[in-house]
Write a new protein. Sequence first.
Length: 243
Amino acid sequence: MHIIKLNATDSTNQYLKNLLLIKPVEDFTIVVAEEQTKARGQMGTSWQSDVGKNLTFSVLKRLGEFPVQNQYYLNITVSLAVYAFLKALQVPNLSIKWPNDILSGSQKICGILIENTLQGQLIKTSIIGIGLNVNQTDFHNLFNATSLKLLLGEKYNLEDLLYRLLEELDYYFKLLKSNSFKILENAYLDVLFLKGKISKFQEINNETFNATIVGVSYEGRLILQLQDGMLKEYNLKEIKLLY
């Protein structure tokens, strides 16, 4: 494990990408920054974080001969590691909102952005960006955000949390390496936000409809049961869960 600590950077994911262009980077290299000026979430959304109050870092993972068709399990692995870490801290009402937002109740406490570099049909490297809300208490106009401080009333040491979270990531990556796909998938589905409950969704044409989350496909698509009983799959760009 090699940890690079920065005061500020545009994005820890981008920092690792740039580093890979100029020199070899060892497996499980971590870049952690007090401030990210251009941090991103899923689908290009920005990630808002007060300087020095949250845990914002990226991990370079080399997966060996890992087929791109299994990238869904990579997403599950990282999500479960963060979930287990927060559960050990006794964060209440935890769940994973598809594909990989970590919620307490209906509020987001952690976001994950995974960017893969492919070589043919294999994932050559994976850069895993994690933004965990820790000591921030004012999220301005983001009403669905929360933090460890808001939930548990404590101020946390960011470095201590980093090492504890990295331990969970290491454990879950060992499960992934051992091809424990079914164990990982079952654990993920057990804590999937609103699974089995009728919920409202919005399509890209802004039309809304009610459906029930029944699972996630092998390709990582959300499987919904529509009101007529029909099953339909959606990828991340096609649908939004309204809650």
